[in-house]
Design a protein around this ligand. Structure first.
Ligand code: HEC
Ligand code: HEC
Length: 259
């Protein structure tokens, strides 16, 4: 009511000035965001994670993108989905590469068996049962060997039959999954010792993996998402799978003050 003691012109003017201030603050915020986005994209993948402000920014941008485009397959909590072989993204076990921003980004850009140019598509898990390379009994023995390799309870007599097959030229398991069974992250061949099973770890799941083979498909995102969005997602996933480093990134340095 007090306001109305002033002429209309004055308080309209004041309102106008206030709007200008708000608009200016908003556009400064927009410019700041655009600058951070540019820095996020320009930084070398190996270097990004050393900049806490970029990691924070990437997480803010990446979380809603993840919910919209990735959660349907990898789960709202990034815990994966064994029905379609979508890996958990918060652990340190990677099909492709070493879990660096660079290799995470490559998977997102080009996809896996996505039929996009540059897709990661070197090899796949053969259907040993269906193709008649292994009998059901041999696969059952192999399942026990998988349990042994991944430090779970196993049938020793059955598992003992399997290494001769694992290292045979008929199966070439060793060729893709490596002599020590720890997988090959150039081929996207799973680590068989970690107890992390993208397609499920029950005896039935393991049997099915070997009998029917597996053919996980990850879409390519280049063309659907911008490079900035893909970078934000890569750094976001990196920070979720490297919580120790990410928490360093979130807390300003203990020695006080930024760099
Ligand atoms: C030509 C390469 C190749 C050969 C040979 C091969 N694998 Fe695989 N294997 C793969 C790839 C690639 C994957 C990942 C498949 C995917 O996720 O789509 C895989 C996945 C698996 C899985 C499922 C892993 C998970 O996370 O659920 C098991 C179990 C497995 N292989 C066991 C074997 C055994 C046992 C043999 C030998 C009888 C064998 N593989 C031979 C390439 C190979
Ligand atoms: C249609 C289902 C689907 C969608 C949607 C999807 N993914 Fe995937 N993703 C997969 C599958 C399946 C694999 C494993 C492919 C294989 O077996 O090799 C995978 C693999 C990956 C990998 C490699 C993991 C590793 O262990 O090396 C990353 C990183 C990844 N996805 C991130 C994403 C991100 C980020 C998004 C959203 C932009 C996304 N995915 C959307 C199904 C999906």
């Amino acid at each position: 009511l007090f306001l109305f003691k002033f002429p209309r012109r004055i308080w309209l003017g004041a309102l106008g000035a206030l709007l200008i201030v708000v608009a200016a603050a908003w556009s400064i915020g927009q410019i700041e965001n655009a600058r951070t986005e540019e820095r996020l994209l320009a930084a070398l993948p190996f270097d990004v994670v050393k900049h806490p402000d970029l990691v924070r920014f990437a997480a803010e941008q990446g979380a809603p993108l993840y919910a919209k485009h990735c959660a349907a397959c990898h789960g709202a909590d990034m815990q994966g989905n064994t029905r379609i072989g979508a890996p958990k993204l918060t652990d340190s076990i990677w099909l492709y590469g070493d879990g660096s921003v660079f290799t995470i980004e490559r998977s997102i850009l080009y996809g896996i068996r996505s039929s996009a140019p540059k897709s990661l598509d070197i090899t796949e898990m053969p259907a040993f049962g269906q193709r008649g390379i292994l009998t059901s009994g041999e696969i059952e023995n192999m399942v026990q060997y998988m349990l042994q390799l991944s430090h779970q309870p196993f049938n020793a007599a059955a598992a003992a039959q399997a290494p001769a097959l694992y290292y045979s030229s008929a199966t070439s398991c060793f060729d893709c999954h490596a002599g020590d069974a720890r997988g090959n992250s150039d081929y996207g061949a799973s680590d068989l010792t970690a107890g992390v099973w993208n397609w499920g770890g029950t005896e039935q799941d393991l049997y099915d993996s070997i009998y029917y083979g597996r053919h996980g498909i990850m879409p390519a995102w280049l063309g659907t998402l911008t490079l900035e969005q893909i970078r934000a997602l890569s750094v976001y996933i990196y920070s979720r799978s490297h919580p120790a480093e990410a928490s360093v990134a979130e807390t300003p340095t203990a020695t006080g003050g930024g760099k």
